[in-house]
Design a protein around this ligand. Sequence first.
Ligand SMILES: Cc1cc2nc3c(=O)[nH]c(=O)nc-3n(C[C@H](O)[C@H](O)[C@H](O)COP(=O)(O)OP(=O)(O)OC[C@H]3O[C@@H](n4cnc5c(N)ncnc54)[C@H](O)[C@@H]3O)c2cc1C
Length: 271
Amino acid sequence: MNKSKLNATVTKITEVSPGLSIFRVAPEGWDLSNFIAGQFVVLGLPGSAPRHPVSDPDEETPDPEKLIRRSYSIASSSLEKKYMEFYVTHVRSGEFTPRLFALKEGDPIFLSSKGAGVFHVNEAPDDVNLLLLATGTGLAPHISVIRSIFMCGSERKFAIIHGAAHSWDLGYRDELETLSAKCPDFSYLPTISRPQQENNHWQGETGYVQDIWNSGLVTKAWGFEPTPEDTHVFLCGNPGMVEGMIETLIKDGFKEHSRKNPGQIHSEKWW
Ligand SMILES: Cc1cc2nc3c(=O)[nH]c(=O)nc-3n(C[C@H](O)[C@H](O)[C@H](O)COP(=O)(O)OP(=O)(O)OC[C@H]3O[C@@H](n4cnc5c(N)ncnc54)[C@H](O)[C@@H]3O)c2cc1C
């Protein structure tokens, strides 16, 4: 493996909970390109990179010389020029993430140079309210949106509904709680689907992301009901949530967005 292909360094790893971590990656000797909040890049590691011990063995031995590449949504601000941040789930049977989770701070990695994809904030008019819905690490592009364009005290309303299995899997919770405590125009609505497994009594919402939308909590938080005329919705994460929410939103009058046929529902499925 030509090590020069590994053009970046993992500079910081923050474990959110077992199997869920935030990675900061900085370019080595080159500058990060501009990207639009919501876009993704590619991370890569060679087949020869060791797997994390708490992973299943490789199904087939990969080519040790070849880069295993996977797409990751950027969680950092588009204004941040020194590093990119990624919020990643360890898929124990996977090819790439067992290698990523075996890395330590200071280890080399491949980082593609350009942001890609049309699941980004510039696809929505800049005066509409933004409703950002996610399960698990699907939160990553929304974190970038908030860090890049949200300004406390703006005319627009922003809300994040984040669904996870447990409270300890709610990555970025402190940052989002602080923002929502400070800013009346930002609402953070986390929900957990397995409250019975919590030792300390969870005081927040329970159920799925769809339940939070259907319960009218966004209307309560914003003081008005979001409509297709004033709100765009971004959906990212578990395909079941994304498909379920698209169905519900269409019934509520929202329309799926494409460049040819603009609408208010933007979605990204990862698998
Ligand atoms: C545009 C885009 C952006 C993405 N951004 C992110 C991101 O920010 N964070 C992230 O964790 N993943 C993200 N992914 C998924 C990522 O590219 C990999 O598919 C994932 O990390 C698994 O890689 P792997 O090689 O370990 O598993 P593989 O050997 O590729 O196995 C893939 C299988 O893993 C499961 N899987 C994939 N992603 C997840 C996940 N997040 N949670 C649970 N199960 C999963 C699915 O069953 C899938 O079929 C993104 C994918 C796309 C297409």
